[in-house]
Design a protein around this ligand. Structure first.
Ligand SMILES: Cc1ncc(COP(=O)(O)O)c(C=O)c1O
Length: 401
């Protein structure tokens, strides 16, 4: 007799969800039924006509031609690490090359840091709404995401008292996403200082996700660590967003210079050894990006600010929908006043089936499902977005009767 039963998967997989991609399965069904899907779910500028700067492509091409196709040191090649260290020093968070590690995007930096910090049963403070990778990685580690509030009525600012109240002896890190995905919020300096103060008083390090720092509409956001270079802060970023190269998986993490973080740095390096290195030739683009021409960012940010204004204006005109204005990146998090008994997922799936417009429901980012939030990626051309908002208006009018 041959064994035919399905092979069992690990129980922790049930806790690993990533709504941004999970909704695509639904979209495929809608496509198969003949409706064109307009994908507003993934924050990737490339399919919407934005381009990777040519000097980055040349740097990668040159690296490949010059034979840089082998494994690199697990922390990454020196010129790229030096460029990151120089950038951080210039922006007020001096860390030194030894505290820079090149990673497969911000994502791998997050995974390495959480892996180095949290054991099974430990707690990590994560915002709601959150970028879902944090909860997914914590589920994989068997650690617990403890959600703290960010308040849409206060422009999605974090609730400092809520964070303070949730720090326990099991807390291993506080995740701060600033500028924020999915809300587009930027935190004022007073809030940032209060967060740093909490970290310093409690000894709990901050994981500062700063991948959208250069995509703030009013000019680049300061690094959190620039407000307190000796505070226990790890910072993460990549070429994915501000350098329009998400598929390259080229990013970095920096570990603040506080000696409190020396063991964490050593642990991250140990974990990094196990995965050999991030993509080698793409590491060469990091030096080119951080030392070369950044004029594409001005154009990109101008385009984003324009789309953001359009999005906020149009969504706020729809009866039953309200939207806080984003101040960075390419996401908005509107709220629809749901009929009793309906969830955010019901609304998003009904919108998809009726119009082919694919958004992600707020509960995919950790928000209560009855609150009716959903995330829109506004990278499409303004005229395309305008048609999409017309269709959302028509659909919502019918849905809310
Ligand atoms: C807040 C946040 N962090 C990290 C990432 C992952 O970025 P990367 O491509 O650098 O891994 C994203 C991607 O959307 C994000 O929005």
């Amino acid at each position: 007799m041959l064994m035919q039963a399905p092979v069992r998967v690990a129980a922790r997989i049930h806790g690993f969800t990533y709504a941004i991609r999970n909704v695509v399965a639904e979209a495929r069904k809608v496509e198969a039924a003949g409706t064109t899907v307009r994908y507003l779910n993934i924050g990737d500028p490339i399919p919407f006509g934005f381009h990777t700067p040519p000097h980055l492509i040349e740097a990668v091409e040159r690296a490949m031609r010059d034979g840089h196709n082998g494994y690199t040191p697990s922390v990454g090649v020196t010129p790229a690490r030096e460029a990151v260290a120089a950038e951080y020093e210039h922006r007020g968070m001096p860390v030194g090359v030894d505290r820079v590690i090149l990673t497969a995007g911000t994502s791998e930096g997050i995974e390495l840091a959480l892996g180095a910090l949290a054991d099974a049963g430990d707690e990590v403070l994560v915002p709601t709404p959150t970028y879902p990778l944090y909860t997914a990685v914590l589920a994989k580690l068997g650690a617990k995401a403890v959600f703290y509030r960010t308040d849409h009525e206060k422009h999605w600012q974090p609730d400092i008292d809520d964070i303070a109240a949730k720090i326990t002896p099991l807390t291993r890190a506080i995740v701060i996403i600033d500028p924020n995905n999915p809300t587009g919020a930027i935190y004022p300096d007073a809030t940032r200082r209060a967060l740093i103060n909490l970290a310093e008083r409690s000894g709990v390090p901050i994981l500062a996700d700063e991948v959208y720092g250069d995509l703030a509409f009013e000019g680049p956001s300061p690094l959190l660590g620039s407000l307190a270079p000796d505070a226990p802060i790890l910072s993460f970023s990549s070429l994915s967003k501000a350098y329009v190269a998400p598929g390259w998986r080229a990013g970095w993490l920096t570990v603040g210079r506080s000696p409190m973080l020396d063991d964490v740095l050593a642990a991250i390096k140990k974990l990094a050894d196990g995965r050999l290195c991030s993509t080698g030739p793409m590491q060469y683009a990091i030096h080119a990006a951080l030392t070369g021409d950044r004029s594409h960012q001005q154009t990109f940010v101008r385009e984003l600010a324009l789309r953001s204004r359009l999005t906020v204006d149009r969504l706020n005109q729809i009866p039953g929908i309200s939207c806080v204005a984003p101040r960075a990146a390419f996401y908005a998090m509107p709220k629809v006043e749901l009929p009793a008994g309906k969830t955010d997922e019901d609304y998003v799936l009904a919108l998809l089936r009726a119009t082919g417009i694919l958004c992600v429901y707020g509960s995919g980012f950790g928000l209560p499902t009855e609150q009716g939030f959903f995330r829109v990626v506004f990278l499409a051309q303004p005229d395309v977005l305008s048609t999409i908002y017309d269709d959302i208006a028509t659909f919502t009018a019918g849905y809310l009767v």
